[in-house]
Design a protein around this ligand. Structure first.
Ligand code: 5GP
Length: 190
């Protein structure tokens, strides 16, 4: 694998933590029929695992954002299929970095007469936060390294890595012909 990539959270640790998050969400939303709203596309592996750990009735939907500008301005490119009015919404994000995306999203939900909003993020890059946003359920706190895998991409690639990897040498990524070590897609080294 060389020294360019380092596995920071392995599959077993992700599975354990996602199960704990699912149980906490279920305990807090008994009888509320909440809707998990995944923020595409990075949420997909996380949401797929999370929904199966929430053992109360709930629905799943998605929205897609477009980002423009440096300050994390976002608009909704594809909205949820179901109406969120009167619903207990649980926003599902892969990672909260500066917090700008999530805060914009919360602002846009605040005018929709939802019954409540909670946020869940698999990863929370605490040292990079610019705006204070509530992360109600958090998988792992991480530093400011650039991560890939389990939904996180570089130019659309590597979302399919089953675990989370930190990129130690960003130049490796800018070389489009470079391939991620194939072992990272398999069962791993252990
Ligand atoms: P924020 O608005 O909180 O700064 O940005 C969140 C978005 O930035 C995430 O949804 C994700 O798309 C991207 N992002 C932030 N940190 C990382 C990272 O370490 N790796 C990858 N692949 N994307 C990241």
């Amino acid at each position: 694998m060389g020294n360019s990539y380092l596995e920071v959270v392995d599959r077993a640790a992700i599975e354990r933590r996602v199960s704990e998050l699912g149980q906490a969400i279920a305990a807090d939303h008994e009888g509320l029929n909440p809707v998990l709203v995944g923020v595409l596309k990075g949420c997909v592996p996380f949401l797929a695992d999370l929904t199966r750990q929430i053992d109360i009735p709930h629905e799943v939907d998605f929205l897609l954002l477009t980002r423009f500008g440096e300050r994390g301005r976002v608009s909704v490119a594809m909205d949820t299929a179901i109406s969120l009015e009167g619903r207990h919404v649980i926003l599902v994000e892969d990672i909260v970095d500066t917090g700008l995306t999530l805060s914009a999203l919360l602002r846009s939900l605040s005018v929709r007469a939802v019954a409540g909003v909670k946020t869940v993020a698999l990863l929370d890059k605490v040292p990079r936060r610019i705006v204070d946003v509530p992360v109600d359920y958090r998988g792992f706190e991480i530093g400011d390294e650039f991560l890939l895998g389990y939904g996180l991409d570089w130019g659309g690639r590597y979302r399919n890595l089953p675990s989370l990897w930190a990129v130690m040498d960003m130049e490796q990524l800018t070389d489009l012909d470079a391939t991620f070590p194939t072992a990272a897609f398999g069962n791993g080294a252990g």
